[in-house]
Design a protein around this ligand. Structure first.
Ligand code: GLN
Ligand code: ZN
Length: 768
């Protein structure tokens, strides 16, 4: 066999082991660091990252993916694509402008931010409208030089490919302006690559993640045109065309592109990529980037198993050059598992964050070049860790697996259909026309946050903390009554985060000390870890809700985070399907719902803000995901009485394409965010009527501005043109925890006034 094997990486977390990156940038924003100091700090982090990769023995080290905020924004400003509303006169984009695009400034609003494929990373959407791109600086070249000069590292520069860059951008008409934009940007890509070639760069990594989505075959022609041109113009540089997060959609066409290597994800979409490799083989003499260490999850790799997989890959691509690499950039995992000493040894040993994943990559490539015996101890260590976790009692709760098995054969439906429930609920609740409610949380003031800190640190005992929380509940129950809201909430003062709160109380979850990953900009999140079978232990929300209900004769809505949102915002064990884990969570939450009902809480909201973002990248996989997600929601909510009203909430309005699934949740009432794109939503209800209870957010909770009564009634007027007024609710867009107290009270007062106007009109009509 003529293959060669190397170890490689695709990208490294930028945040630093102690989130130094975040701290430095935020200090700069706060004026505590000047620009030079910021550069110095970030350079240090960047060089440490490179050194780390070299010290671990990684042979192909990516350079240029490091950023001061977001790598997509970096690409846009490299091409001088600064939205028109920011002052910019050409040349290298000043740091101040760069951050203004990301965060907005006094004069102009920030660019839109959106999810990076199906990850929890968010990128800044490039705005092309009316811009003339120009090359302002060759970022990959600067990164390459730095690594070489400072550390003697011959790095592999990373670029976002032109096809994906355009797909990620907005502000142009894809149908009519695609070619024009390619014509403008292609020469800039060519220039970047020519300068790299002139510098002596042998390889570049060009990321084209869009190739894993369900792209049309015409798009393959677009991709081919781009890479044909690049090959023609810059024959002297080798390109690794990198894909990730799923299998490539047109395998045969992609592997025949005129590039020197293809990077494939053999973890996410691995089966489909492997099937394609089996069927179509791989071109001789191209490099195959074999992504076999999971870059999206935190678990140690079963090295024996992945070595088998690698061998199969090699046998299917016998004349390829292999780079053993992660499935995607390690940006999506935390930096180092070394800090996790507080976890149980079994769990701690089973974790692999970015640093540990580098070791795994090197162990796998060494096994292939020098034989397994040379890395036997690493293989054995991983095997023991993986086996021990599998055997852990937390992963083997027989009651949980049996219950999950059982629901597979159960229908998960309410006793009666909505039409019947609706009548019974109407009789029970006597709600006014267009009832008003809120989404759950009320302002988490500095006082609330500091109380929680005191309690966590042990400065306050449980009783002191409970008293504090109860005082807040009491205060807000009175406020809601004064304002005149119809369905009240307790306010969620005891919760930091809507997933963490439940995770901390459910067996099967663990929390890391340093498991931070970047979510957007300098915002980092520490997702809970679902490592064991998820089980119900004891009621989690009953105490506060029951207390709130005891203070009022109006109904208080119970408040839970739904199974799909908990799943999608956690790191999930990889030995079970996500579907199975979702059912485990659903069954645990069902017990909570039942406990609430038993305690006399007979309106219960189960939030699913992350349902939509879990949609698979390929359209053809949506149905399956939606089916089991809907089932999980129904498992949670279907055992209650007909008179118990189930609510759900979602923070988005792109509803259109999943409306049947939303309907299938069979929630008695849904509240959704709409105020920022009301037109679109109303339009979607023109096409599909919605025949369950529904509240369209009547005001934007993202801004401190107090909306007027008229603004809200104009929203409601439009909605009532397409929705049944008898089923309509009035509520804000989302929870109010980030708002101030004053503005919240004012806004809610206006909201209630709006509802009262409708009721007065209604009363006048019916008395005629
Ligand atoms: N009940 C939650 C709250 O009000 C819902 C938050 C969300 O949808 N993201 O904060
Ligand atoms: Zn929301």
């Amino acid at each position: 066999m003529s293959y060669t094997v190397k170890s490689g990486n695709l990208g490294y977390p930028r945040i630093g082991g102690q989130r130094e990156w975040k701290k430095a940038i935020e200090s700069f924003w706060a004026g505590k660091l000047n620009e030079q100091q910021l550069h110095d700090e970030l350079t240090q982090i960047r060089l440490n990252n490179l050194q780390q990769q070299r010290d671990k023995g990684i042979e192909v080290i990516p350079v240029g993916e490091f950023t001061y905020y977001d790598h997509v924004l970096d690409t846009a400003v490299m091409f001088g694509l600064v939205p028109e509303r920011f002052i910019y006169n050409g040349g290298e984009v000043p740091l101040e402008t760069y951050y203004a695009i990301a965060r907005g400034n006094k004069e102009a609003t920030a660019s839109e931010m959106t999810k990076w494929f199906n990850t929890n990373y968010h990128y800044i959407v490039p705005e092309l409208g009316g811009r003339r791109p120009q090359l302002t600086v060759n970022r990959p070249l600067a990164a390459y030089r730095e690594a070489k000069e400072k550390l003697g590292i011959e790095g592999r520069p990373v670029l976002i490919g032109l096809y994906s860059f355009l797909k990620l951008s907005k502000g142009f008409n894809e149908a009519t302006e695609w070619d024009q934009w390619v014509e403008q940007l292609l020469p800039l890509y060519v220039q970047v690559l020519k300068e790299l070639a002139a510098e002596g760069v042998a390889w570049v990594q060009v990321d084209e993640p869009y190739l894993v989505t369900s792209i049309a075959s015409e798009d393959i022609a677009r991709v081919k045109a781009i890479y044909d041109a690049i090959r023609r113009e810059v024959p002297g540089i080798s390109i690794l065309l990198q894909t990730y997060f799923e299998a490539v959609a047109h395998y045969e066409a992609v592997i025949s592109l005129p590039v020197d290597g293809i990077g494939l994800d053999f973890v996410h979409g691995g089966e489909a990529n492997l099937a394609a490799l089996r069927k179509f083989g791989f071109p001789a003499n191209k490099t195959l980037g074999a992504g076999i260490v999971d870059g999206r999850n935190i678990w140690r790799t079963d090295l024996y198993r992945q070595e088998e997989l690698l061998k199969e890959i090699i046998s299917l691509a016998p004349e390829a050059h292999i780079v053993v690499q992660p499935s995607c950039s390690l940006l999506h995992v935390p930096v180092s598992a070394k800090q996790e000493q507080a976890l149980t040894p079994v769990l701690r040993d089973a974790l692999a964050f970015a640093e540990e994943k580098l070791d795994e990559i090197v162990a796998l490539s060494t096994a292939l070049t020098k034989g397994i015996d040379s890395v036997k101890s690493a293989f054995e260590l991983n095997k023991a860790a993986v086996d021990n976790l599998a055997k852990d009692p937390a992963r083997n709760r027989a009651n949980v697996s049996e219950a999950v098995k059982k629901i597979a054969t159960e229908p998960a439906a309410r006793d009666n259909e909505f039409a019947i429930r609706r009548k019974k609920q109407k009789e029970k609740w006597h709600l006014p026309f267009l009832p008003t409610t809120t989404i759950g949380s009320f302002p988490q003031t500095a006082e609330v946050r500091s109380a929680r800190q005191k309690w966590r640190k042990g400065e306050w005992n449980q009783e002191q903390y409970d008293t504090f929380i109860n005082e807040h509940i009491q205060q807000w129950i009175s406020l809601q009554e004064e304002i005149g809201i119809d369905v009240l909430v307790h306010g969620e003062f005891e919760r930091t985060d809507m997933v963490e709160f439940f995770g901390e109380k459910l067996p099967g979850f663990a929390f890391t000390k340093g498991g931070w990953v970047q979510s957007y900009g300098t915002r980092c999140v520490k997702p809970p870890v679902i490592y064991g079978d998820v089980d119900f232990d004891q009621p989690m929300t009953v105490k506060e809700t029951e207390y709130a209900q005891s203070l009022t004769t109006k109904p208080v809505k119970g408040m839970l985070t739904g199974p799909i949102t908990i799943l999608n915002w956690s790191f999930v064990r990889s030995d079970l399907s996500r579907e199975q884990v979702a059912y485990q969570i659903a069954l645990a939450l069902r017990k909570e719902v039942e406990a609430l009902e038993q305690a006399g809480i007979e309106m219960i909201q189960v939030d699913e803000p992350a349902l939509r973002e879990g949609l698979p990248l390929k359209r053809e996989d949506w149905e399956q995901y939606l089916n089991w997600s809907v089932k999980a929601f129904r498992v949670t909510t279907s055992t209650v009485r007909d008179t118990t009203q189930i609510h759900t909430h979602m923070c988005y309005c792109e509803f259109h394409d999943i409306i049947d699934s939303i309907r299938a949740l069979d929630a008695d009432v849904i509240s959704i965010e709409t105020s920022r794109s009301h037109g679109e939503l109303v339009h979607s209800f023109e096409e599909h009527t919605y025949d369950l209870g529904i509240g369209l957010g009547v005001y934007d909770i993202h801004s401190p501005r107090v909306p007027s009564v008229e603004e809200m009634t104009s929203m409601v007027d439009r909605a009532l043109k397409v929705l049944d007024p008898e089923l309509f609710w009035i509520n804000p867009d989302c929870g109010l925890k980030t708002r101030g107290v004053e503005e919240t009270v004012q806004s809610l007062k206006n909201m209630v006034l709006a509802a009262q106007q409708y009721r007065a009109k209604e009363a006048a009509v019916s008395s005629k």
